[in-house]
Design a protein around this ligand. Structure first.
Ligand code: SF4
Ligand code: SF4
Ligand code: SF4
Length: 338
């Protein structure tokens, strides 16, 4: 069946207008999408700032297994000295300092360390924002991975992440997004993430998300000052070391933030002083934005407007060259001339 192009355009635009008008008068009910939950078999990291000695072995291990170059910020060309996450640094140890810095893990006249990297959100904004599925969340492990071959460099993930994690490589003609992928490439070889593997104190440990949550509960129940055993490398490694229990602030970072994350933090210093964003909602941004999208798309407003725009542009581009009533548009075969 063939129709004239003018007929087609009229139908398309009027249909779009009708749909948009209808949607405007009776908007589609917005079914709020709930937070996605962390998979039962998810894996993650626990970083306990009270165990961290700031040795940065995690950072060098991360660079080594991810084949990342050194970054020299002090001009000596000897050491890897990144100050922030970057296009070539997936994890960084930073320090909080106050007053005389006499007391470790105290806010007043104290100091503390904090390890920054991707938190592997349960319901990640970066995945939701990526238009080409270059950012994905593994259904089983929950690892948020990145596919450089699919990436178009739009940097929506950079803008969408509430923790400022993904970094764009601006200094290369073939840029990629840089972020921790929980060392999934070496996990495939039976190894654990390098940062946990190299950490001498067990400040960073790897393991099943549920076991890490139980370990967090165990630590929170400890009496400050009492001797306790802390696992190294993995939560169930059996390789432990003894240390007096710390006094933690009353917050497990990542337990609630934007729906929960698979990398969680314990600290003796409030997390805002450590530079982590506080006051984030428990509802994920991905759930909010996808609910809004479904509301608009459910009413055919955005597709309708987009379609009308595309049709109008195509029509303007071709009308100078053809007689509308003689031009035939065959939906199956494209254009022919009658
Ligand atoms: S921390 Fe940022 S980059 Fe990592 S999973 Fe969450 S939204 Fe994505
Ligand atoms: S899990 Fe791997 S990529 Fe992520 S911070 Fe640790 S060492 Fe780096
Ligand atoms: S390796 Fe462990 S103790 Fe050393 S800086 Fe990293 S997290 Fe802290």
């Amino acid at each position: 069946m063939t129709i004239t192009r003018r007929h087609f355009l009229r139908k398309a635009v009027s249909g779009t207008a009708a749909a948009a008008a209808c949607a405007t008068l009776t908007p589609a009910p917005a079914e709020a999408r709930e937070n996605k939950t962390i998979p039962d078999q998810a894996v993650g990291l626990l970083y306990d700032a009270t165990l961290c000695i700031g040795c940065k072995a995690c950072m060098s291990g991360c660079k080594e297994v991810n084949n990342l170059p050194l970054e020299d910020t002090i001009g000596e060309k000897l050491w890897d000295t990144p100050l922030e996450l970057s296009g070539y640094t997936y994890t960084v140890i930073k320090i909080y300092q106050h007053g005389t810095m006499e007391h470790k893990d105290k806010a007043e006249n104290g100091f503390a360390h904090i390890k920054r990297s991707c938190l592997h959100c349960g319901d990640p904004s970066c995945v939701s924002a990526c238009p080409v599925s270059a950012m994905t969340k593994d259904e089983k492990t929950g690892i948020v991975g990145y596919n450089k071959d699919a990436c178009i460099g739009c940097r929506y993930c950079v803008a969408a992440c509430p923790f400022g994690v993904p970094q764009f490589q601006y200094d290369t003609p073939t840029p990629q997004i840089a972020k921790c992928q929980l060392c999934r490439h070496i996990q495939a070889e039976g190894k654990i993430p390098a940062c946990a593997d190299r950490c001498p104190t067990g400040a960073t440990i790897f393991g099943p998300h549920q076991a890490l949550s139980a370990e967090i509960d165990r630590r929170k129940a400890m009496k400050p000052g009492e001797p306790n055993l802390y696992p190294r490398r993995t939560v169930n490694s059996g390789d432990t070391h003894e240390k007096a229990a710390a006094e933690y602030v009353d917050q497990v970072y990542g337990a609630k933030e934007v729906g929960g994350t698979q990398v969680r933090y314990l600290s003796g210093v409030p997390f805002d002083k450590l530079g982590l964003p506080v006051g984030l909602p428990e509802r994920s941004y991905a759930a909010d934005s996808e609910t809004l999208q479904h509301t608009l798309y459910g009413g055919l407003i955005l597709p309708g407007v987009a379609l009308a725009g595309l049709v109008a542009a195509a029509w303007r581009g071709s009308k100078d060259h053809h007689d509308d009533d003689e031009d035939i548009f065959d939906p199956k075969g494209g254009h022919t001339h009658g």
